[in-house]
Write a protein that binds this ligand. Structure first.
Ligand code: HC0
Ligand code: SF4
Length: 571
Protein backbone atom coordinates (compact mmCIF):
# COMPACT_ATOMS: atom_id res chain seq x y z
CA UNK A 1 0.00 0.00 0.00
CA UNK A 2 1.08 3.59 -0.61
CA UNK A 3 0.69 6.53 1.78
CA UNK A 4 -0.25 9.90 0.30
CA UNK A 5 -1.63 13.17 1.58
CA UNK A 6 -4.28 15.04 -0.36
CA UNK A 7 -5.39 18.50 0.76
CA UNK A 8 -3.89 17.80 4.16
CA UNK A 9 -5.65 14.44 4.68
CA UNK A 10 -3.61 11.24 4.83
CA UNK A 11 -4.82 8.20 2.93
CA UNK A 12 -3.50 4.72 2.18
CA UNK A 13 -4.18 3.37 -1.31
CA UNK A 14 -2.98 0.41 -3.40
CA UNK A 15 -0.04 0.76 -5.79
CA UNK A 16 -1.01 2.03 -9.25
CA UNK A 17 -3.87 4.14 -7.92
CA UNK A 18 -4.20 7.49 -9.68
CA UNK A 19 -4.39 10.79 -7.78
CA UNK A 20 -7.98 11.09 -9.05
CA UNK A 21 -8.95 7.73 -7.51
CA UNK A 22 -7.12 8.44 -4.26
CA UNK A 23 -8.92 11.79 -3.94
CA UNK A 24 -12.24 10.09 -4.56
CA UNK A 25 -11.57 7.85 -1.57
CA UNK A 26 -11.43 11.02 0.53
CA UNK A 27 -14.59 12.40 -1.08
CA UNK A 28 -12.57 15.09 -2.81
CA UNK A 29 -14.02 15.69 -6.26
CA UNK A 30 -11.37 16.62 -8.80
CA UNK A 31 -13.25 17.75 -11.93
CA UNK A 32 -12.67 15.87 -15.19
CA UNK A 33 -13.89 16.22 -18.75
CA UNK A 34 -12.14 13.81 -21.15
CA UNK A 35 -11.58 11.04 -18.59
CA UNK A 36 -13.78 7.94 -18.70
CA UNK A 37 -12.42 5.07 -16.68
CA UNK A 38 -11.45 2.08 -18.79
CA UNK A 39 -12.68 3.76 -21.97
CA UNK A 40 -10.93 7.07 -22.49
CA UNK A 41 -7.91 7.95 -20.38
CA UNK A 42 -5.82 10.34 -22.50
CA UNK A 43 -5.21 13.01 -19.84
CA UNK A 44 -5.64 15.58 -22.58
CA UNK A 45 -8.24 18.10 -21.45
CA UNK A 46 -6.18 19.14 -18.37
CA UNK A 47 -9.30 20.08 -16.38
CA UNK A 48 -8.16 17.72 -13.60
CA UNK A 49 -4.76 19.32 -12.99
CA UNK A 50 -3.37 19.38 -9.42
CA UNK A 51 -0.20 20.55 -7.67
CA UNK A 52 2.26 18.03 -6.22
CA UNK A 53 4.73 19.19 -3.57
CA UNK A 54 8.30 19.20 -4.92
CA UNK A 55 7.21 18.69 -8.57
CA UNK A 56 7.35 21.42 -11.17
CA UNK A 57 4.17 22.56 -12.90
CA UNK A 58 0.68 21.08 -12.77
CA UNK A 59 -0.22 17.42 -13.32
CA UNK A 60 -3.36 15.68 -14.62
CA UNK A 61 -4.84 13.70 -11.71
CA UNK A 62 -6.56 11.17 -13.98
CA UNK A 63 -3.32 9.64 -15.31
CA UNK A 64 -0.77 10.48 -12.60
CA UNK A 65 -0.14 7.50 -10.31
CA UNK A 66 0.53 7.98 -6.59
CA UNK A 67 3.93 7.26 -5.06
CA UNK A 68 5.03 6.92 -1.41
CA UNK A 69 4.82 10.18 0.54
CA UNK A 70 3.21 12.21 -2.26
CA UNK A 71 1.64 15.47 -1.06
CA UNK A 72 -1.09 16.69 -3.40
CA UNK A 73 -3.06 19.95 -3.44
CA UNK A 74 -6.22 19.97 -5.54
CA UNK A 75 -7.63 23.45 -5.06
CA UNK A 76 -4.83 26.01 -4.63
CA UNK A 77 -5.21 29.37 -6.34
CA UNK A 78 -2.76 28.21 -9.05
CA UNK A 79 -4.89 25.11 -9.70
CA UNK A 80 -8.17 27.04 -9.65
CA UNK A 81 -6.82 29.69 -12.02
CA UNK A 82 -5.48 27.05 -14.42
CA UNK A 83 -8.80 25.18 -14.47
CA UNK A 84 -10.65 28.41 -15.09
CA UNK A 85 -8.35 29.27 -17.99
CA UNK A 86 -8.76 25.83 -19.52
CA UNK A 87 -12.54 26.07 -19.32
CA UNK A 88 -12.50 29.59 -20.79
CA UNK A 89 -10.44 28.31 -23.71
CA UNK A 90 -12.80 25.36 -24.28
CA UNK A 91 -15.76 27.77 -24.21
CA UNK A 92 -13.99 30.06 -26.71
CA UNK A 93 -14.33 27.31 -29.28
CA UNK A 94 -17.77 26.04 -28.30
CA UNK A 95 -21.23 26.89 -29.58
CA UNK A 96 -22.83 28.74 -26.68
CA UNK A 97 -26.50 28.37 -27.47
CA UNK A 98 -27.00 26.59 -24.16
CA UNK A 99 -30.66 27.56 -23.74
CA UNK A 100 -31.70 25.79 -26.92
CA UNK A 101 -29.32 22.85 -26.48
CA UNK A 102 -30.69 19.36 -25.92
CA UNK A 103 -28.25 18.97 -23.02
CA UNK A 104 -29.17 22.18 -21.21
CA UNK A 105 -28.99 21.43 -17.45
CA UNK A 106 -27.50 18.00 -18.18
CA UNK A 107 -24.26 19.27 -19.72
CA UNK A 108 -21.00 18.43 -17.97
CA UNK A 109 -19.27 21.51 -19.41
CA UNK A 110 -22.06 23.75 -18.12
CA UNK A 111 -21.68 22.22 -14.65
CA UNK A 112 -17.89 22.58 -14.74
CA UNK A 113 -18.18 26.26 -15.70
CA UNK A 114 -20.70 26.78 -12.99
CA UNK A 115 -18.63 25.07 -10.31
CA UNK A 116 -15.31 26.61 -11.32
CA UNK A 117 -16.14 30.28 -11.23
CA UNK A 118 -16.64 31.05 -14.92
CA UNK A 119 -18.59 34.28 -14.67
CA UNK A 120 -17.73 35.76 -18.05
CA UNK A 121 -16.38 34.46 -21.34
CA UNK A 122 -13.33 36.52 -22.30
CA UNK A 123 -12.42 34.84 -25.58
CA UNK A 124 -13.90 33.99 -28.95
CA UNK A 125 -17.47 33.16 -29.69
CA UNK A 126 -17.46 32.32 -33.39
CA UNK A 127 -17.08 28.61 -34.08
CA UNK A 128 -16.74 26.92 -37.45
CA UNK A 129 -15.70 23.31 -36.98
CA UNK A 130 -17.99 21.77 -39.60
CA UNK A 131 -21.59 21.22 -40.57
CA UNK A 132 -24.42 19.74 -38.56
CA UNK A 133 -24.83 16.09 -39.57
CA UNK A 134 -28.51 15.22 -39.78
CA UNK A 135 -28.09 12.38 -42.26
CA UNK A 136 -29.48 9.66 -39.97
CA UNK A 137 -30.80 8.93 -36.47
CA UNK A 138 -27.55 10.13 -34.86
CA UNK A 139 -27.13 13.90 -35.12
CA UNK A 140 -23.62 15.40 -34.79
CA UNK A 141 -22.92 19.06 -34.15
CA UNK A 142 -19.13 19.63 -34.46
CA UNK A 143 -19.53 23.18 -33.18
CA UNK A 144 -20.48 21.85 -29.77
CA UNK A 145 -17.68 19.26 -29.69
CA UNK A 146 -15.06 19.81 -26.95
CA UNK A 147 -12.61 17.26 -28.43
CA UNK A 148 -12.61 15.09 -25.31
CA UNK A 149 -12.41 11.98 -27.50
CA UNK A 150 -14.84 9.92 -25.44
CA UNK A 151 -17.08 9.17 -28.45
CA UNK A 152 -14.06 8.18 -30.55
CA UNK A 153 -12.98 5.69 -27.86
CA UNK A 154 -16.46 4.26 -27.28
CA UNK A 155 -17.08 3.79 -30.98
CA UNK A 156 -13.77 2.09 -31.66
CA UNK A 157 -12.82 0.34 -28.41
CA UNK A 158 -16.16 -0.60 -26.88
CA UNK A 159 -18.28 -1.07 -30.01
CA UNK A 160 -15.47 -2.10 -32.40
CA UNK A 161 -17.00 0.14 -35.09
CA UNK A 162 -14.65 3.12 -35.37
CA UNK A 163 -16.48 5.42 -37.76
CA UNK A 164 -15.49 8.67 -36.03
CA UNK A 165 -12.02 9.99 -35.29
CA UNK A 166 -9.94 13.13 -34.86
CA UNK A 167 -8.97 15.02 -37.99
CA UNK A 168 -6.81 18.11 -38.69
CA UNK A 169 -4.50 19.83 -36.22
CA UNK A 170 -4.32 22.69 -33.77
CA UNK A 171 -7.27 25.08 -33.81
CA UNK A 172 -8.76 23.18 -36.78
CA UNK A 173 -8.92 19.86 -34.96
CA UNK A 174 -12.33 18.23 -35.11
CA UNK A 175 -14.00 14.83 -34.66
CA UNK A 176 -15.45 13.63 -37.92
CA UNK A 177 -16.12 10.71 -40.25
CA UNK A 178 -14.14 9.46 -43.24
CA UNK A 179 -14.31 12.12 -45.99
CA UNK A 180 -16.51 14.11 -43.58
CA UNK A 181 -19.60 12.36 -44.92
CA UNK A 182 -22.82 11.96 -42.96
CA UNK A 183 -22.91 9.10 -40.43
CA UNK A 184 -25.82 7.52 -42.29
CA UNK A 185 -23.54 6.73 -45.23
CA UNK A 186 -20.95 5.11 -42.98
CA UNK A 187 -20.85 1.80 -41.15
CA UNK A 188 -22.28 3.50 -38.06
CA UNK A 189 -24.65 1.07 -36.35
CA UNK A 190 -26.75 3.86 -34.78
CA UNK A 191 -26.20 2.43 -31.30
CA UNK A 192 -26.10 5.90 -29.73
CA UNK A 193 -23.42 4.92 -27.21
CA UNK A 194 -21.50 8.02 -28.38
CA UNK A 195 -24.50 10.19 -27.45
CA UNK A 196 -24.63 8.78 -23.95
CA UNK A 197 -20.96 9.35 -23.28
CA UNK A 198 -20.72 12.83 -24.83
CA UNK A 199 -20.30 15.36 -22.00
CA UNK A 200 -22.02 18.11 -24.00
CA UNK A 201 -24.68 18.32 -26.71
CA UNK A 202 -22.43 17.52 -29.68
CA UNK A 203 -24.26 14.22 -30.24
CA UNK A 204 -27.98 13.63 -29.97
CA UNK A 205 -30.76 11.59 -31.57
CA UNK A 206 -32.94 12.87 -34.41
CA UNK A 207 -35.93 14.49 -32.76
CA UNK A 208 -39.08 12.71 -33.97
CA UNK A 209 -41.45 14.22 -31.43
CA UNK A 210 -42.92 16.73 -33.93
CA UNK A 211 -44.11 13.85 -36.14
CA UNK A 212 -45.72 12.16 -33.15
CA UNK A 213 -47.47 15.38 -32.03
CA UNK A 214 -48.75 15.85 -35.58
CA UNK A 215 -50.17 12.31 -35.70
CA UNK A 216 -51.81 12.76 -32.29
CA UNK A 217 -53.50 15.92 -33.55
CA UNK A 218 -54.80 14.28 -36.74
CA UNK A 219 -58.40 13.14 -36.13
CA UNK A 220 -58.19 10.81 -39.14
CA UNK A 221 -55.54 8.64 -37.49
CA UNK A 222 -55.86 5.91 -34.86
CA UNK A 223 -52.58 6.34 -32.96
CA UNK A 224 -51.32 3.40 -30.90
CA UNK A 225 -48.13 3.26 -28.85
CA UNK A 226 -45.85 0.47 -27.67
CA UNK A 227 -43.26 0.91 -24.94
CA UNK A 228 -40.12 -1.23 -24.87
CA UNK A 229 -39.26 -3.35 -21.81
CA UNK A 230 -36.39 -1.16 -20.62
CA UNK A 231 -38.22 2.19 -20.81
CA UNK A 232 -40.31 1.68 -17.65
CA UNK A 233 -37.28 1.24 -15.37
CA UNK A 234 -35.45 4.35 -16.64
CA UNK A 235 -38.06 6.96 -17.63
CA UNK A 236 -38.49 7.88 -13.95
CA UNK A 237 -34.90 9.19 -13.85
CA UNK A 238 -36.08 12.11 -16.02
CA UNK A 239 -38.53 13.03 -13.25
CA UNK A 240 -36.32 12.55 -10.20
CA UNK A 241 -36.89 8.86 -9.45
CA UNK A 242 -34.01 6.54 -8.58
CA UNK A 243 -32.67 4.38 -11.45
CA UNK A 244 -34.56 1.10 -11.72
CA UNK A 245 -37.83 2.46 -10.31
CA UNK A 246 -40.72 0.91 -12.21
CA UNK A 247 -42.89 3.81 -13.42
CA UNK A 248 -44.98 1.79 -15.87
CA UNK A 249 -48.33 2.82 -14.33
CA UNK A 250 -47.57 6.55 -14.48
CA UNK A 251 -46.10 6.17 -17.97
CA UNK A 252 -49.34 4.56 -19.17
CA UNK A 253 -51.40 7.42 -17.71
CA UNK A 254 -49.05 10.00 -19.24
CA UNK A 255 -49.37 8.36 -22.68
CA UNK A 256 -53.15 8.38 -22.37
CA UNK A 257 -53.06 12.07 -21.44
CA UNK A 258 -50.88 12.78 -24.46
CA UNK A 259 -53.75 11.45 -26.57
CA UNK A 260 -52.74 7.98 -27.74
CA UNK A 261 -55.79 5.89 -28.63
CA UNK A 262 -54.35 2.65 -27.27
CA UNK A 263 -51.46 2.01 -24.92
CA UNK A 264 -49.85 -1.31 -25.75
CA UNK A 265 -46.60 -2.95 -24.81
CA UNK A 266 -43.49 -4.26 -26.60
CA UNK A 267 -43.26 -6.86 -23.81
CA UNK A 268 -46.29 -8.47 -25.48
CA UNK A 269 -44.46 -8.81 -28.80
CA UNK A 270 -41.30 -9.91 -27.00
CA UNK A 271 -43.40 -12.90 -25.90
CA UNK A 272 -44.45 -13.33 -29.52
CA UNK A 273 -40.79 -13.30 -30.60
CA UNK A 274 -40.03 -16.11 -28.15
CA UNK A 275 -42.74 -18.30 -29.65
CA UNK A 276 -41.33 -17.80 -33.16
CA UNK A 277 -37.65 -17.90 -32.18
CA UNK A 278 -38.07 -20.87 -29.80
CA UNK A 279 -39.77 -22.73 -32.63
CA UNK A 280 -36.93 -21.79 -35.01
CA UNK A 281 -34.30 -23.01 -32.51
CA UNK A 282 -36.03 -26.35 -31.96
CA UNK A 283 -36.47 -26.80 -35.72
CA UNK A 284 -32.82 -26.07 -36.43
CA UNK A 285 -31.66 -28.44 -33.65
CA UNK A 286 -34.00 -31.26 -34.71
CA UNK A 287 -33.58 -30.88 -38.49
CA UNK A 288 -29.87 -30.15 -38.73
CA UNK A 289 -30.36 -26.43 -39.52
CA UNK A 290 -27.66 -23.76 -39.30
CA UNK A 291 -26.32 -23.42 -35.75
CA UNK A 292 -25.67 -21.53 -33.61
CA UNK A 293 -28.91 -19.62 -33.93
CA UNK A 294 -28.19 -15.97 -33.11
CA UNK A 295 -30.82 -13.52 -31.87
CA UNK A 296 -31.89 -10.75 -34.20
CA UNK A 297 -33.77 -8.27 -32.04
CA UNK A 298 -31.05 -5.64 -31.58
CA UNK A 299 -30.86 -3.51 -34.76
CA UNK A 300 -27.39 -2.12 -33.96
CA UNK A 301 -26.10 -5.66 -33.71
CA UNK A 302 -27.82 -6.65 -36.98
CA UNK A 303 -26.21 -3.78 -38.88
CA UNK A 304 -22.85 -4.64 -37.30
CA UNK A 305 -23.24 -8.26 -38.41
CA UNK A 306 -24.24 -7.22 -41.93
CA UNK A 307 -21.13 -5.03 -42.25
CA UNK A 308 -18.54 -7.21 -40.53
CA UNK A 309 -19.68 -10.83 -40.20
CA UNK A 310 -21.43 -11.76 -43.48
CA UNK A 311 -20.50 -15.37 -42.86
CA UNK A 312 -22.88 -15.39 -39.88
CA UNK A 313 -25.95 -13.96 -41.66
CA UNK A 314 -27.50 -17.41 -42.04
CA UNK A 315 -27.05 -17.94 -38.32
CA UNK A 316 -29.25 -14.95 -37.55
CA UNK A 317 -32.78 -15.77 -36.53
CA UNK A 318 -35.19 -14.74 -39.29
CA UNK A 319 -37.50 -13.32 -36.61
CA UNK A 320 -38.18 -9.60 -36.79
CA UNK A 321 -37.49 -7.80 -33.53
CA UNK A 322 -40.33 -7.37 -31.02
CA UNK A 323 -40.64 -3.72 -32.10
CA UNK A 324 -41.31 -4.74 -35.70
CA UNK A 325 -43.47 -7.77 -34.82
CA UNK A 326 -45.62 -5.43 -32.78
CA UNK A 327 -46.12 -3.10 -35.74
CA UNK A 328 -46.97 -5.98 -38.06
CA UNK A 329 -49.74 -7.30 -35.79
CA UNK A 330 -50.93 -3.78 -34.91
CA UNK A 331 -51.66 -3.28 -38.61
CA UNK A 332 -53.17 -6.70 -39.33
CA UNK A 333 -54.67 -8.63 -36.40
CA UNK A 334 -55.51 -5.58 -34.29
CA UNK A 335 -57.51 -3.71 -36.99
CA UNK A 336 -59.56 -6.86 -37.64
CA UNK A 337 -60.38 -7.21 -33.94
CA UNK A 338 -60.91 -3.50 -33.26
CA UNK A 339 -62.70 -2.82 -36.54
CA UNK A 340 -60.42 0.00 -37.66
CA UNK A 341 -58.91 0.67 -41.07
CA UNK A 342 -55.31 -0.64 -41.00
CA UNK A 343 -54.25 2.29 -43.20
CA UNK A 344 -55.35 4.67 -40.46
CA UNK A 345 -53.43 2.93 -37.71
CA UNK A 346 -50.32 4.98 -36.86
CA UNK A 347 -47.85 3.03 -34.72
CA UNK A 348 -45.47 4.87 -32.40
CA UNK A 349 -42.67 3.10 -30.52
CA UNK A 350 -41.05 4.39 -27.36
CA UNK A 351 -37.61 2.80 -27.27
CA UNK A 352 -34.44 2.99 -25.17
CA UNK A 353 -32.58 2.60 -28.43
CA UNK A 354 -31.55 5.02 -31.20
CA UNK A 355 -30.99 2.18 -33.69
CA UNK A 356 -34.72 1.39 -33.52
CA UNK A 357 -35.28 4.59 -35.55
CA UNK A 358 -33.09 3.10 -38.27
CA UNK A 359 -34.70 -0.36 -37.99
CA UNK A 360 -38.21 1.06 -38.44
CA UNK A 361 -37.11 2.71 -41.70
CA UNK A 362 -35.50 -0.40 -43.20
CA UNK A 363 -37.09 -1.14 -46.54
CA UNK A 364 -38.05 -4.72 -45.69
CA UNK A 365 -39.89 -3.73 -42.51
CA UNK A 366 -43.31 -3.51 -44.12
CA UNK A 367 -46.13 -5.86 -45.06
CA UNK A 368 -48.34 -5.34 -48.12
CA UNK A 369 -47.12 -1.76 -48.49
CA UNK A 370 -47.82 -0.82 -44.86
CA UNK A 371 -44.78 0.15 -42.79
CA UNK A 372 -44.72 -1.79 -39.50
CA UNK A 373 -43.72 1.27 -37.48
CA UNK A 374 -44.51 4.91 -38.29
CA UNK A 375 -42.44 6.78 -35.69
CA UNK A 376 -39.88 5.91 -33.03
CA UNK A 377 -39.07 8.13 -30.08
CA UNK A 378 -36.53 7.45 -27.36
CA UNK A 379 -37.12 7.37 -23.60
CA UNK A 380 -35.64 10.89 -23.49
CA UNK A 381 -37.98 12.14 -26.22
CA UNK A 382 -41.00 10.74 -24.38
CA UNK A 383 -39.90 12.61 -21.25
CA UNK A 384 -39.62 15.75 -23.37
CA UNK A 385 -43.18 15.31 -24.66
CA UNK A 386 -44.50 14.74 -21.14
CA UNK A 387 -42.82 17.98 -19.99
CA UNK A 388 -44.06 19.90 -23.03
CA UNK A 389 -47.61 18.79 -22.28
CA UNK A 390 -47.30 20.19 -18.75
CA UNK A 391 -47.99 16.78 -17.21
CA UNK A 392 -46.78 16.53 -13.63
CA UNK A 393 -45.46 13.01 -13.86
CA UNK A 394 -44.97 12.35 -10.15
CA UNK A 395 -48.59 13.28 -9.42
CA UNK A 396 -50.10 10.82 -11.90
CA UNK A 397 -52.23 7.85 -10.88
CA UNK A 398 -51.15 4.46 -12.20
CA UNK A 399 -52.91 3.43 -15.42
CA UNK A 400 -53.54 0.04 -17.03
CA UNK A 401 -52.35 -1.01 -20.49
CA UNK A 402 -54.95 -1.83 -23.13
CA UNK A 403 -55.94 -5.20 -24.50
CA UNK A 404 -55.31 -6.96 -27.01
CA UNK A 405 -51.61 -6.20 -27.45
CA UNK A 406 -50.79 -5.13 -23.91
CA UNK A 407 -50.57 -8.23 -21.71
CA UNK A 408 -47.11 -9.64 -21.07
CA UNK A 409 -45.17 -12.26 -19.16
CA UNK A 410 -42.08 -11.89 -16.99
CA UNK A 411 -40.11 -13.43 -19.84
CA UNK A 412 -41.12 -10.61 -22.20
CA UNK A 413 -40.02 -8.07 -19.59
CA UNK A 414 -36.46 -9.31 -19.08
CA UNK A 415 -35.77 -8.89 -22.82
CA UNK A 416 -34.64 -5.41 -21.81
CA UNK A 417 -31.38 -6.60 -20.23
CA UNK A 418 -28.47 -8.66 -21.42
CA UNK A 419 -29.20 -12.38 -21.04
CA UNK A 420 -32.94 -11.77 -20.87
CA UNK A 421 -33.84 -12.97 -24.36
CA UNK A 422 -31.80 -16.13 -23.75
CA UNK A 423 -33.51 -16.78 -20.40
CA UNK A 424 -36.96 -16.09 -21.86
CA UNK A 425 -36.28 -18.51 -24.73
CA UNK A 426 -34.98 -21.23 -22.39
CA UNK A 427 -38.12 -21.00 -20.26
CA UNK A 428 -40.26 -21.79 -23.31
CA UNK A 429 -37.91 -24.27 -25.01
CA UNK A 430 -37.61 -26.27 -21.77
CA UNK A 431 -41.39 -26.62 -21.47
CA UNK A 432 -41.68 -27.61 -25.15
CA UNK A 433 -38.91 -30.21 -24.95
CA UNK A 434 -40.12 -31.80 -21.71
CA UNK A 435 -43.82 -31.44 -22.46
CA UNK A 436 -44.25 -30.14 -18.91
CA UNK A 437 -44.75 -26.77 -17.24
CA UNK A 438 -41.46 -26.56 -15.34
CA UNK A 439 -41.19 -24.69 -12.04
CA UNK A 440 -37.50 -24.08 -12.20
CA UNK A 441 -37.30 -21.14 -14.60
CA UNK A 442 -34.51 -18.91 -13.35
CA UNK A 443 -31.48 -19.41 -15.58
CA UNK A 444 -29.06 -17.45 -13.44
CA UNK A 445 -25.98 -18.67 -15.36
CA UNK A 446 -26.89 -16.36 -18.25
CA UNK A 447 -27.47 -13.33 -15.99
CA UNK A 448 -24.90 -10.67 -15.09
CA UNK A 449 -23.04 -7.76 -16.60
CA UNK A 450 -19.86 -9.36 -17.92
CA UNK A 451 -19.33 -8.86 -21.67
CA UNK A 452 -19.52 -12.54 -22.66
CA UNK A 453 -21.16 -15.34 -20.67
CA UNK A 454 -21.37 -19.01 -21.56
CA UNK A 455 -23.38 -21.89 -20.10
CA UNK A 456 -24.49 -25.42 -20.86
CA UNK A 457 -28.10 -26.08 -19.96
CA UNK A 458 -29.39 -29.62 -19.73
CA UNK A 459 -32.99 -29.84 -20.89
CA UNK A 460 -34.78 -33.18 -21.26
CA UNK A 461 -31.44 -34.98 -21.43
CA UNK A 462 -30.08 -32.63 -24.11
CA UNK A 463 -27.09 -30.37 -23.44
CA UNK A 464 -27.83 -26.99 -24.97
CA UNK A 465 -24.73 -24.80 -25.21
CA UNK A 466 -25.50 -21.11 -25.04
CA UNK A 467 -23.61 -17.82 -24.99
CA UNK A 468 -24.57 -14.21 -24.33
CA UNK A 469 -22.63 -11.19 -25.62
CA UNK A 470 -23.44 -7.56 -24.96
CA UNK A 471 -21.86 -4.63 -26.76
CA UNK A 472 -20.76 -5.21 -30.35
CA UNK A 473 -17.10 -5.23 -29.29
CA UNK A 474 -17.82 -8.31 -27.19
CA UNK A 475 -19.88 -9.84 -30.00
CA UNK A 476 -16.79 -9.50 -32.24
CA UNK A 477 -14.66 -11.38 -29.71
CA UNK A 478 -17.22 -14.18 -29.45
CA UNK A 479 -17.73 -14.55 -33.21
CA UNK A 480 -13.97 -14.50 -33.84
CA UNK A 481 -13.65 -17.46 -31.46
CA UNK A 482 -16.34 -19.34 -33.38
CA UNK A 483 -14.71 -18.45 -36.72
CA UNK A 484 -11.42 -19.82 -35.41
CA UNK A 485 -13.15 -23.06 -34.42
CA UNK A 486 -12.38 -22.45 -30.75
CA UNK A 487 -16.00 -22.45 -29.57
CA UNK A 488 -19.34 -23.95 -30.57
CA UNK A 489 -22.86 -23.22 -29.39
CA UNK A 490 -26.50 -23.96 -30.15
CA UNK A 491 -27.88 -20.53 -29.31
CA UNK A 492 -26.35 -17.08 -28.87
CA UNK A 493 -27.91 -13.84 -27.68
CA UNK A 494 -26.29 -10.62 -28.86
CA UNK A 495 -27.35 -7.16 -27.75
CA UNK A 496 -25.64 -4.17 -29.35
CA UNK A 497 -25.18 -2.17 -26.13
CA UNK A 498 -23.29 -3.17 -22.99
CA UNK A 499 -25.87 -4.26 -20.42
CA UNK A 500 -28.56 -4.63 -23.10
CA UNK A 501 -31.38 -2.17 -23.81
CA UNK A 502 -31.42 -0.84 -20.26
CA UNK A 503 -28.25 0.96 -21.35
CA UNK A 504 -29.46 1.84 -24.84
CA UNK A 505 -28.43 5.03 -26.62
CA UNK A 506 -31.88 6.58 -26.05
CA UNK A 507 -32.04 6.15 -22.28
CA UNK A 508 -31.80 9.06 -19.81
CA UNK A 509 -28.31 10.55 -19.69
CA UNK A 510 -26.37 9.48 -16.61
CA UNK A 511 -24.93 12.80 -15.54
CA UNK A 512 -22.35 11.39 -13.13
CA UNK A 513 -20.69 8.87 -15.45
CA UNK A 514 -18.81 7.27 -12.55
CA UNK A 515 -22.14 5.78 -11.41
CA UNK A 516 -22.87 4.09 -14.77
CA UNK A 517 -22.35 0.51 -13.53
CA UNK A 518 -24.62 1.07 -10.52
CA UNK A 519 -27.31 2.62 -12.73
CA UNK A 520 -27.18 -0.33 -15.15
CA UNK A 521 -27.45 -2.82 -12.27
CA UNK A 522 -30.41 -0.92 -10.75
CA UNK A 523 -32.29 -0.87 -14.07
CA UNK A 524 -31.67 -4.62 -14.50
CA UNK A 525 -32.90 -5.31 -10.97
CA UNK A 526 -36.01 -3.29 -11.80
CA UNK A 527 -36.78 -5.63 -14.70
CA UNK A 528 -36.20 -8.83 -12.69
CA UNK A 529 -38.45 -7.46 -9.93
CA UNK A 530 -41.24 -6.99 -12.49
CA UNK A 531 -40.58 -10.51 -13.81
CA UNK A 532 -40.93 -11.98 -10.30
CA UNK A 533 -44.23 -10.17 -9.76
CA UNK A 534 -45.78 -11.24 -13.09
CA UNK A 535 -48.77 -13.59 -13.05
CA UNK A 536 -47.17 -15.59 -15.82
CA UNK A 537 -43.41 -15.70 -16.35
CA UNK A 538 -43.29 -17.71 -19.58
CA UNK A 539 -44.05 -16.30 -23.03
CA UNK A 540 -46.14 -19.26 -24.21
CA UNK A 541 -48.43 -18.87 -21.19
CA UNK A 542 -49.34 -15.27 -22.10
CA UNK A 543 -53.12 -15.52 -22.73
CA UNK A 544 -53.14 -12.74 -25.34
CA UNK A 545 -50.40 -14.52 -27.29
CA UNK A 546 -52.33 -17.78 -27.12
CA UNK A 547 -55.40 -15.96 -28.45
CA UNK A 548 -53.41 -14.33 -31.27
CA UNK A 549 -52.27 -17.75 -32.52
CA UNK A 550 -55.64 -19.43 -32.00
CA UNK A 551 -57.69 -16.72 -33.69
CA UNK A 552 -55.33 -15.34 -36.31
CA UNK A 553 -51.81 -16.65 -36.87
CA UNK A 554 -52.31 -20.40 -36.62
CA UNK A 555 -49.05 -22.23 -35.93
CA UNK A 556 -45.67 -20.68 -35.09
CA UNK A 557 -43.60 -20.39 -38.26
CA UNK A 558 -46.62 -21.13 -40.48
CA UNK A 559 -47.50 -19.04 -43.56
CA UNK A 560 -49.22 -16.08 -41.89
CA UNK A 561 -46.68 -15.86 -39.07
CA UNK A 562 -43.89 -16.03 -41.61
CA UNK A 563 -45.28 -13.24 -43.74
CA UNK A 564 -45.83 -10.89 -40.81
CA UNK A 565 -43.12 -11.76 -38.32
CA UNK A 566 -40.00 -12.82 -40.21
CA UNK A 567 -37.43 -10.96 -42.29
CA UNK A 568 -34.14 -11.28 -44.20
CA UNK A 569 -30.73 -9.61 -44.07
CA UNK A 570 -28.52 -7.69 -46.45
CA UNK A 571 -24.95 -8.79 -47.12
FE1 HC0 B 1 -35.01 -3.67 -26.47
FE2 HC0 B 1 -36.36 -5.38 -27.67
S1 HC0 B 1 -35.47 -5.69 -25.62
S2 HC0 B 1 -34.36 -4.61 -28.46
O1 HC0 B 1 -33.41 -3.80 -25.83
O2 HC0 B 1 -35.61 -8.06 -28.35
O3 HC0 B 1 -34.77 -1.07 -27.84
O4 HC0 B 1 -36.15 -2.50 -24.00
O5 HC0 B 1 -37.82 -3.08 -27.23
O6 HC0 B 1 -37.62 -4.84 -30.35
O7 HC0 B 1 -38.81 -6.44 -26.56
C1 HC0 B 1 -34.85 -1.98 -27.23
C2 HC0 B 1 -35.63 -2.86 -24.93
C3 HC0 B 1 -36.85 -3.69 -27.14
C4 HC0 B 1 -37.19 -5.10 -29.33
C5 HC0 B 1 -37.95 -6.04 -27.04
C6 HC0 B 1 -35.92 -7.03 -28.19
FE1 SF4 C 1 -20.16 4.81 -33.29
FE2 SF4 C 1 -22.50 3.88 -32.30
FE3 SF4 C 1 -21.97 6.50 -32.34
FE4 SF4 C 1 -22.41 5.24 -34.64
S1 SF4 C 1 -23.89 5.52 -32.99
S2 SF4 C 1 -20.82 6.75 -34.24
S3 SF4 C 1 -21.49 3.24 -34.20
S4 SF4 C 1 -20.87 4.92 -31.15
Amino acid sequence: MINVTIDGIAVEVPKDTTILEAAKKLNINIPTLCFMKGINEPGSCRVCVVEVEGWRGLHPACVTKVSEGLVVKTATSTVREARKNILELIMSNHNRECLSCDRNLKCELQTLCNENGIDRLPYGGKVDKGCLDTSGPIVRDPNKCVLCGRCVSVCSKMQDVGVIDFAYRGAHMTVTTAYEEGLAGQECINCGQCIKICPVGALSERDDTARVWKALENPELHVVVQTAPAVRVALGEEFGYAPGTNVEGKMVTALRRLGFDKIFDTNFSADLTIIEEGNELLNRIKNGGKLPLITSCSPGWIKFCEHNYHDFLENLSTCKSPQQMFGAVAKSYYPVKADVDPKKVFVVSVMPCTAKKYEADREEMQVDGLKDIDAVITTRELAKMIRQAGIRFAELEDGERDSILGTYSGAGTIFGNTGGVMEAALRTVADKLTGKSLDSIEYTAVRGLSGIREATVNIAGMDIKVAVANGTGNASKLLDKIRAGEAGYHFIEVMGCEGGCINGGGQPIIKDKSTTEEVKAARIKGLYDIDKACVTRKSHENPEIQKLYAEYLGEAGAHKAHKLLHTHYVA
